[in-house]
Design a protein around this ligand. Sequence first.
Ligand SMILES: Cc1cc2nc3c(=O)[nH]c(=O)nc-3n(C[C@H](O)[C@H](O)[C@H](O)COP(=O)(O)OP(=O)(O)OC[C@H]3O[C@@H](n4cnc5c(N)ncnc54)[C@H](O)[C@@H]3O)c2cc1C
Length: 376
Amino acid sequence: MQVYDAVVVGGGAVGMASARALAQAGLSVAVIDRGRLGGEASSAAAGMLGAQLEAHAPDAFYHLCRASRAMYPEFAASLLEETGIDIEWVENGILQLARTEEDALALKSRMRWQRASGDRADWLEAAAVRDMERGVAEDVIGALYLPRDGNVHVPRLSAALRAAVVRTCAVVEGEEVIAVERDGAHWRVRGARDVYAAERVVIAAGAWSSPLLRALGVPLEVRPVKGQMFAIRPPGGAALRRTVYDAGTYLVPKRDGTVVIGATEEPEAGYDKRNTVDGLAALAAKALMAVPGLRGGEWLRAWSGLRPRLTGEAIDPVIGPWPGAEGLILAVGHFRNGVLLAPITGRMVTAAALGLAPEPLWLSFWPESRAAAFGR
Ligand SMILES: Cc1cc2nc3c(=O)[nH]c(=O)nc-3n(C[C@H](O)[C@H](O)[C@H](O)COP(=O)(O)OP(=O)(O)OC[C@H]3O[C@@H](n4cnc5c(N)ncnc54)[C@H](O)[C@@H]3O)c2cc1C
């Protein structure tokens, strides 16, 4: 039996970015997915690189998001060079709308701490917001403009990562991993059809990671948080250039002029991925309240996906080596930001696999430093 340097369980953006980085470091890598690489949350995402949008304080999570966002230009260029697939990375900026004085105060406070951290964040009065995006609602009193938060085309990102991984790794699709066990010096990754031996194993099974973690004695639980989305083509002449974010609803323009609109947050739905009339109707109503200029847009399609969230309301992931189990590496719980965090996750997983010292920023996400919170 071939012994791989690393087996990656789960081929979403997190698993594929990790596998690619491991292979780039010279390791022999196998990626095993029970479906098709990139077929779950990583193809459902809106593709926002919302480092400033998603962070709520100048904490380690914010800095991790910024570090990963900064990797995107090179990540996109190298994927294009390797695979010929353009992931359509754009730094189009995000407008976070305020409708009340209370919203404005909160956004201005966000602007101050982000500026103090060296980011760009600008307060725009109502007229300036509508100069920037004509279709925005009349009752908007201002907006925080985050010019560095961009987006990528997620199906293209999945396709590019898959192509890169297929070139450099052994890829097994359509085989579920049912157990990961230590067997002497190696890990045995038991699939439904085969057994794969490895020096290291990376758990990157998204919202389905819990049973594998439990069996490995890792006291971490990842739960699915369903998100529904839809895409439209704006009515003639009503193109959107910036991403508009209004109280949890976002409208993300893509390079072809279509707009991706999301997303619901439905933890109660469990693993049920069906689109629902009420979910989509509520989302459409909120989107049109934010940008009434999109009324009359053509409905294109709807879909949904399951964000992997660690229990305890964590918004941040756990990435790194699991203490006391040599060669066991976790990359789980990316929740709302797995696309944004894919490049840095690949780097962190590779450092863990090579036994390199983690950068100080990574320590907040390194399993060892978070072990106390898991009850170890
Ligand atoms: C509606 C929506 C909008 C989003 N928008 C954004 C956004 O704008 N920006 C952003 O950064 N993030 C966004 N996200 C979050 C992002 O999609 C996730 O954080 C990210 O995709 C998680 O990647 P992953 O690789 O961990 O999981 P997944 O992409 O779900 O991949 C996990 C993989 O593991 C496989 N697997 C599971 N169990 C097994 C097993 N036992 N054996 C073998 N394979 C297995 C699955 O088949 C799957 O392919 C969004 C998510 C949703 C749902």
